[in-house]
Design a protein. Structure first.
Length: 213
């Protein structure tokens, strides 16, 4: 499991600007959040720090009141992570859709801040976290990650530089083709360049890379 933020770091996260994710605090705390992938520094001076999609999702969790069950301790807060299709099966969580939506909105804001106002192209954070960024784009578009016994997308590193591999696992050939096509559409709409290739076993897979201007 990822290292959990300290109490001081959580205070900083909850105090972030709710619209932009701008953080204000000591340099040590800001550097620590950047090191955990919860914040990112703007490349231009004065190099302010902003919450990443994971940081924004964690902020939402921290600000969400615990359920009315005083006999039970509040659940442990985990850092948000987009589902790549390699996670174990888990029960449906009604909060998941909201967490994904918050993370995606945060990513669009991160694009606006670090891409000079452009939101239809991946930003530097996405280029540095290709698998997580592609998985978030797919999940935010409503595509289903693979789970045991069911079809879904699986995102992983590709042999080509600056690219990810996306395959649709499980199910018959025709549903797999539909799933692959849906993933391609979702990634293209999110600003990725996508090509389809045979996998050598009668199936198809996608290569996706962040689109550049």
């Amino acid at each position: 499991m990822s290292k959990q933020p300290t109490v001081a770091q959580r205070r900083l996260i909850t105090a972030a600007d709710p619209n932009t994710g701008l953080l204000r605090g000591s340099q040590a705390l800001l550097d620590a959040l950047c090191g955990q992938g919860l914040a990112v520094k703007h490349p231009r001076a004065p190099h302010r720090c902003y919450l990443t999609p994971a940081g924004l999702a964690l902020r939402t969790e921290l600000l969400t009141p615990p359920p009315d069950s005083p006999a039970d301790p509040p659940p442990e807060v985990e850092t948000f992570a987009a589902r790549t299709g390699d996670e174990p099966a888990r029960p449906d969580d009604p909060r998941r859709a909201r967490e994904v939506a918050v993370a995606w909105e945060g990513l669009l804001e991160l694009r606006r801040v670090t891409n000079r106002g452009i939101t239809d192209q991946p930003c530097p954070w996405e280029r540095a976290h290709l698998v997580s960024a592609a998985a978030l784009a797919l999940e935010a578009a409503g595509c289903s990650p693979a789970v045991a016994g069911e079809g879904g997308y699986r995102v992983g590193p590709a042999q080509q530089p600056e690219a990810v591999s996306v395959e649709w696992t499980g199910g018959a050939a025709e549903p797999a083709a539909l799933g692959t096509a849906a993933c391609a559409t979702a990634l293209e709409q999110a600003g990725w360049q996508v090509t389809e290739h045979p996998d050598g076993a009668g199936g198809r897979f996608l290569l996706a890379s962040p689109r550049r201007a």
